[in-house]
Design a protein around this ligand. Structure first.
Ligand SMILES: Cc1cc2nc3c(=O)[nH]c(=O)nc-3n(C[C@H](O)[C@H](O)[C@H](O)COP(=O)(O)OP(=O)(O)OC[C@H]3O[C@@H](n4cnc5c(N)ncnc54)[C@H](O)[C@@H]3O)c2cc1C
Length: 473
């Protein structure tokens, strides 16, 4: 951003056209069910400094546009006064994209919350601020679903999921945001209204990459106000199984074989620590589920095939914990309460790698984190498999000390880069991973900055995240 930022003049200019805003002091929420302070996000490191009394953000401006014309005014007036804008959906982001920063104000999208199913045509058009759980309720009433099932379904908005490249629990091809994204409506940094993609174009790609250009851009290219997502029928028949293995390597070999054709709807490998901590299981567990709409024998037969492949690799069929996993997976606040109750803190780290590197990264990060001062617990699962590899998702429980947590992040992400993985999978980058993503993909920075300048010439959108690299390039 060039020029002098003037938030006060900016707010006066919003008053002139009747655009509503609030000035709020972020407060610690009373309930653990919503354990991050409005209007910030759920970044555990920042919130730990907040909870420990080390840091108290000052008052923050939250603008609440009611329609697209107001949104355009919000952006164009921000340009005039060199004010930076932080688009905000549900505030469930975990990497600090919404941490408070000088001269930035929040643009709250929660009033963009329409849900318009077009069942015949196979998609739903939703306001970007709609929470995914509400979208699923409306679709569920018609027997449909997006298939996107992130653990944060009740707190994440659709616009946020697009902008962080979110992923649900189901396999790629079914349950990642890019599998269902058809089009986005947005206002870019030049306050231009744009549609990328087209509801008449089921393949979604367009002249310039279509809506995928925006996926994962963390609000830095435009403020998304509407999203078209494909929908499918809720499955009628499920067959699931759980297999216990002696090692992660064996479980991953089976996962890889299951993925060649007729892939499962759900495939998840739990390391021995996650299996025992969360589900009372033992050993390394592989969870497999197949769905079908027409014939219960289809998922049964596919599960039979999975069982044979698992058996050949030494896998033992064990108590099926798929239902337990499904029933409890949205109860994250219970884990947070438990951990907080004993005076500790926790965080989760999502990374990804190819098949040969996954077990190496899992072993190295587990051992190194277990040996890191102040780290009390480490457990992981590996999921979101594709024919090349998958995502390692590690939960760490630490002493309530921001330095301990920051150090654990460093240990994990340095190790991932050393072994040749990628430091991000579905949580995005935010401020937390910025340093590592710039080391991981320096060749992408120039292209990103060119796109950024085209969409946001003045650099007012999310000026301090990924965009900060453009000031240096
Ligand atoms: C308990 C818990 C469980 C989670 N589980 C998952 C999971 O299973 N899968 C997963 O993918 N993530 C998960 N997350 C992370 C989080 O829910 C996702 O990153 C989600 O996509 C954030 O959506 P949001 O609406 O809360 O976005 P916010 O936190 O509001 O914003 C996140 C980023 O998106 C940008 N943004 C938001 N809305 C817009 C918009 N309309 N236009 C432009 N930019 C926008 C923001 O500027 C910011 O950069 C979890 C988080 C928590 C706290």
């Amino acid at each position: 951003m060039n020029g002098k930022c003037d938030v006060e003049y900016y707010l006066n200019s919003l008053n002139d056209v009747g655009i509503e805003y609030r000035i709020v002091e972020p407060k610690l929420p009373g309930s653990w069910d919503k354990w991050w302070p409005y209007p910030l996000d759920a970044w555990p490191l920042c919130n730990l400094t907040f909870y420990s009394g080390i840091y108290q953000p000052g008052k923050i401006v939250v603008i609440q546009p009611r329609n697209v014309n107001e949104l355009k005014e919000v952006v164009s007036r921000a340009r005039n006064h060199t004010v930076c804008l932080l688009p905000r959906g549900g505030g469930s982001g975990v990497l600090g994209a919404l941490a408070p920063r000088d001269c930035c104000v929040y643009v709250d999208l929660s009033r963009f919350d329409w849900i318009e199913p077009h069942v015949e045509e196979g998609y739903v058009y939703v306001g970007a601020g709609a929470l995914l759980s509400r979208v699923e309720e409306v679709l569920g009433g018609k027997g449909y679903t997006t298939g996107l099932e992130p653990q944060s379904i009740r707190v994440a908005s659709v616009g946020g999921l697009v902008n962080t490249l979110g992923a649900g629990a189901l396999q790629p091809g079914i349950g990642n945001i890019e599998d269902i994204l058809i089009y986005v409506d947005m206002v870019d940094g030049g306050s231009r209204r744009l549609r990328l993609g087209d509801p008449r174009r089921p393949r979604a790609y367009g002249l310039a990459g279509g809506p995928f250009l925006i996926a994962g851009s963390e609000g830095s290219l435009g403020i998304v106000y509407g999203v078209g997502l494909r929908i499918r029928r809720i499955p009628r028949y499920t067959s699931s199984g759980t297999f216990e293995f002696n090692s992660i390597e064996d479980a991953l070999l089976v996962a890889r074989r299951l993925l060649q054709w007729n892939q499962p709807a759900l495939l998840r490998v739990l390391d021995e620590y996650e299996a025992s901590t969360l589900y009372g299981g033992s050993g390394t567990l592989l969870l497999v589920a197949y769905y079908d709409n027409e014939d219960p024998r289809v998922p049964q037969a596919l599960l039979g095939k999975a069982s044979k492949i698992a058996g050949a690799q030494g896998g033992r069929s064990t108590q099926d914990i798929y239902e337990k996993w499904r029933e409890t997976r949205y109860d994250y606040h219970k884990l947070v309460e438990q951990v907080a109750g004993i005076g500790l803190w926790f965080d989760t780290i999502d990374v990804q790698a190819t098949w040969p590197r996954l077990p190496r990264i899992h072993k190295a990060v587990t051992e190194k984190l277990q040996a890191t001062k102040g780290v009390v617990g480490v457990f992981s699962h590996i999921s979101h498999f594709n024919t090349m590899g998958g995502s390692l998702y590690t939960t760490i429980i630490v002493e309530r000390d921001p330095q301990v947590l920051a150090n654990a992040w460093r240990v994990m992400l340095d190790t991932v880069l050393e072994i040749g993985g990628s430091v991000t999978h579905h949580h995005g980058v935010g401020l937390q991973k910025l340093y590592w993503i710039l080391r991981e993909r320096p060749w992408e920075i120039e292209a990103y900055c060119r796109v950024k300048r085209a969409f946001d010439p003045e650099g007012i959108l999310q000026a301090h995240g990924l965009a900060s690299a453009c000031r240096r390039s």
